[in-house]
Design a protein around this ligand. Structure first.
Ligand SMILES: *Cc1c(COP(=O)(O)O)cnc(C)c1O
Length: 803
């Protein structure tokens, strides 16, 4: 294929011809959306050349490959990222412009691929970008959900969930590969027998067979040939198998399997379908890896040498028994040999320490849905017990068992079957070692390691903040684009008032873009000279959006009571989705919106204080929200947020972190210094101490502090709503359940921290200096660094060499 992106003229000609040929009209008569779809396909086809070259290079050099198994990939839009990574953005932009098309309008036609809940899925997407950009052969494996999580609307101050039809115009990046489909079997019975050599065999008679069909998307590296694959599995009917139930029910089962992203990332409910989804993409993914491996190597003996599988949390942990099943049942391996291969191949990343979020499945459900897999898990457990008991650690088996109290503990299965277990920030990994998995650490010292999360600086700096990128290039040169550690060079300019003013101007441009968006979408006017204070993340009690809005409520009431009280003008931005079944979280969204309405419409205060709730938090919203922030709120209860990655996006765009010493905030402060962040609140040790002594009493804070009392009372006394029960869940959770997340315990410390920010912002030069230092020190949080550590320390993965 001739390169139609070689020049503007070549592009224009090819583009016009393609649109016209595809839709059978003169170019001038085609619709904008048709032009977008054609452009997407042209980019995909252009990437195919490198895709092929990458596959050949890996095959010829027999390189090891990574497969990143994740239930979620929060990809967002790909047009800009793909064009820029390919280095053809300007050609396309100018070509389109000649044809009277604004590239920004084209971008708007793409829907976010929101195949995930939040941070965990976004991490997977950042990792794919880094893998390809570092020339590492690493691919994603996930489900082709027909609908994303949900689209959030706010109606009468409350969250309403609408279906997220992200594929309503198709998905331009994917290629359907029916020839690579896999039959996935569920339910039914197993007949066991012995052959004439005394060897054990079994025949599996499933009650349900669903065909998994892959759709592949190219993952394009930054200015490199490397093009990896994101493989999304869809469900189709299997024509060859007579199903046990009615045809109608069968079609329903097939449809449901890939309908929706599981709508809850904290408390597993809605059980069986979710377990089906997990096994579905695991079974299909493992099968395709095995088939591809055998085509090249003819044996599975070297699987661990040529393939690494990373489990993004426990959702794909069935990889472990599934790989055992394939090796033993399909390829005649003995247990010990198969187990060795599995452990060499698989590694596990933990993302949470919250007991209720550690995945557990009912043993009966696993046994009935996946009978053979369950047998294998029982055998793993039996051998694990033997191993632990014979290490002289008999007393501890109960703490590390996989099967306990009628449940399968997925994290324990993941640890037992992996050669590496990692946490996602230094503090989090330490908590895993000292607390959550301490008995495993005793059995396998050194097994638990840390890989601090990162974000792709390409999407989160280069592409979504061109103003800052341009200024950085002018100031320190372009090297930081390929080597983000080079951002450190900015340290030479932090006291240069001339440079400081330019960074203020770049920040102001981003604030104006956000302000325009808010005006257009919500009709709210915000003052770009106010401090932009942002908290955008999933709504969860432990993330404490409540602490933030309590701070706003406190400030508002104080402004009303004392007309001489002044604050530096501030705009609080919130953006958050709550799981549909999470009533408390939804009530907090309602509180934020009711407070926003009241505060924004009060002429006495609204020159100083505004609150904006931006609906439908997503990658596209994040791309315009985070880089406009002056203050980044990272205020989770210490010990609860494994890492956070939002915190890194803000830092890289020059916001000050207002945070607790939790997750990766600890490492942010370690780099910028306490004087360039605003840290407050209980530390992990304080929280542990209070829990241990059982000494936290929410009523003590309430009774002893007038300001706290006023805020809490305002939930019921008519300040915000005439209905005293409007915020009953919030009130009860705090006051009758002793405030599990220490909101009131941290409140005064938070108010103090906000007051200090108010003072610091008044000193323009000091603030600019902090902004510059945060940007300068953010290179460490590029996911390129994270991925290089995984590659060196867990996967033993080497860059592809193109001959
Ligand atoms: C980065 C990101 C997250 C994660 O945010 P945290 O603050 O780390 O929880 C969630 N959702 C989207 C859309 C993101 O871009």
């Amino acid at each position: 294929m001739s390169n139609c992106f070689e020049s503007k003229e070549a592009f224009k000609e090819a583009f016009k011809a393609n649109v016209s040929n595809t839709y059978g009209r003169d170019f001038e008569d085609t619709y904008e959306e048709e032009r977008f779809l054609t452009l997407g396909h042209m980019v995909r086809d252009y990437a195919s050349e490198n895709w092929r070259a990458t596959k050949n290079a890996v095959k010829n050099s027999q390189s090891k490959q990574l497969f990143y198994f994740s239930m979620e990939f929060l990809m967002g839009r790909l047009l800009t990222s793909n064009l820029m990574n390919l280095g053809v953005y300007d050609v396309v932009k100018e070509g389109l412009s000649d044809l009277g098309i604004d590239i920004n309008d084209m971008e708007e036609f793409e829907s976010d691929a929101g195949l995930g809940n939040g941070g965990l899925g976004r991490l997977a997407a950042c990792f794919l970008d880094s893998l390809a950009s570092l020339n590492l052969p690493g691919h994603g494996n996930c489900i082709r959900y027909h609908y994303g999580l949900f689209k959030q609307k706010i109606v009468n101050n409350q969250q309403v969930e609408l279906p997220d039809c992200w594929m309503k115009s198709g998905n331009v990046w994917e290629i359907w590969k029916p020839q690579h489909s896999v039959r996935v079997r569920f339910g039914g019975t197993i007949d066991a027998y012995m052959d004439q050599y005394g060897k054990f065999h079994q025949t599996y008679r499933p009650s349900l067979v669903i065909k998994a069909v892959p759709y592949d998307e190219p993952i394009i590296g930054y200015h490199t040939k490397t093009t990896n694959t994101l493989r999304l599995w869809d469900a189709e009917v299997d024509e060859e198998t007579a199903q046990s139930g009615s045809l109608f029910n069968y079609l329903d089962d097939v449809t449901q399997l890939t309908a929706n992203v599981y709508p809850d990332d904290s408390t597993p409910k809605g059980k069986e379908l979710r377990l089906r989804q997990e096994y579905f993409f695991v079974c299909a993914g493992v099968d395709s890896i095995i088939r591809k491996h055998l085509r090249t190597y003819k044996t599975l003996d070297n699987l661990g040498e040529k393939v690494a599988i990373q489990l993004n949390d426990t959702h794909p942990v069935l990889v472990i028994p599934e790989l055992m099943r394939v090796l033993m049942d399909d390829y005649d391996y003995e247990w010990d040999d198969a187990w060795k291969i599995v452990k060499e191949t698989v590694a596990y990343t933990n993302h949470t320490v919250m007991a209720e979020a550690l995945e557990k499945w009912d043993q009966n459900l696993v046994r009935s849905l996946l009978p053979r897999i369950y047998m294998i898990i029982e055998e793993i457990e039996k051998r694990w017990k033997f191993f632990v008991d014979h290490k002289g650690l008999c007393g501890i088996f109960n703490q590390v068992s996989i099967l306990k109290d009628g449940q399968v503990h997925m994290a324990h299965l993941a640890i037992v079957g992996s050669h590496s277990v990692n946490g996602v920030a230094a503090l989090h990994s330490q908590i895993l070692k000292d607390d959550v998995f301490k008995y495993f650490e005793q059995i396998y010292p050194g097994l638990i390691n840390n890989k601090t999360n990162g974000i792709t600086h390409r999407r989160w700096l280069l592409y979504s903040n061109p103003q800052l990128t341009k200024l950085l290039e002018e100031t320190i040169g372009p090297e930081f684009k390929t080597n983000p550690a080079k951002l450190e060079d900015l340290m030479d300019y932090v006291d240069d008032t001339n440079v400081q003013e330019k960074f203020f101007a770049a920040k102001m441009e981003r604030k104006q873009i956000l302000a325009d968006y808010v005006k257009k979408e919500l009709g709210i006017e915000v003052d770009v000279n106010s401090i932009f204070d942002c908290q955008a993340k999933r709504l969860h009690a432990y993330k404490r959006q409540l602490l933030n809005i309590f701070g706003v409520m406190h400030t508002y009431m104080k402004l009303k009571k004392d007309p001489s009280y002044r604050i530096y003008p501030r705009t609080f931005f919130f953006s958050a989705k709550a799981a549909a079944s999470y009533s408390l979280a939804k009530e907090i969204i309602k509180l934020i919106n009711i407070v926003a309405n009241k505060v924004n419409n009060d002429p006495q205060t609204n020159k100083y204080l505004k609150v904006v709730f931006i609906p439908n938090y997503s990658v596209s919203v994040a791309e315009i929200l985070l880089n406009a922030a002056d203050v980044s709120e990272q205020i989770s209860t210490a010990g609860k947020e494994a890492s956070g990655t939002g915190n890194m996006k803000y830092m890289m765009n020059g916001a000050l972190t207002l945070g607790t010493l939790d997750g990766a905030n600890v490492e942010i402060v370690e780099r910028v210094g306490f004087e360039n962040a605003q840290i407050f609140g209980f530390r992990v040790e304080d929280i542990n101490h209070m829990k241990h002594e059982n000494s936290y009493n929410v009523w003590t804070y309430y009774n002893n502090n007038e300001e706290i009392r006023q805020v809490v009372d305002s939930l019921r006394n008519g300040v915000w709503s005439s209905n005293p029960d409007e915020f009953r869940l919030i009130y009860n959770d705090l006051m009758l359940r002793n405030d599990e997340f220490f909101v009131l315990g941290d409140f005064m410390s938070y108010i103090q921290a906000q007051a200090e920010i108010d003072q610091k912002y008044r000193n323009r030069s000091q603030w600019a200096r902090m902004m510059l230092i945060n940007i300068a020190k953010s290179g460490y949080f590029s996911s390129d660094r994270t991925i290089q550590q995984y590659a060196d320390e867990i996967w033993n993965l080497k860059p592809i060499s193109f001959k």
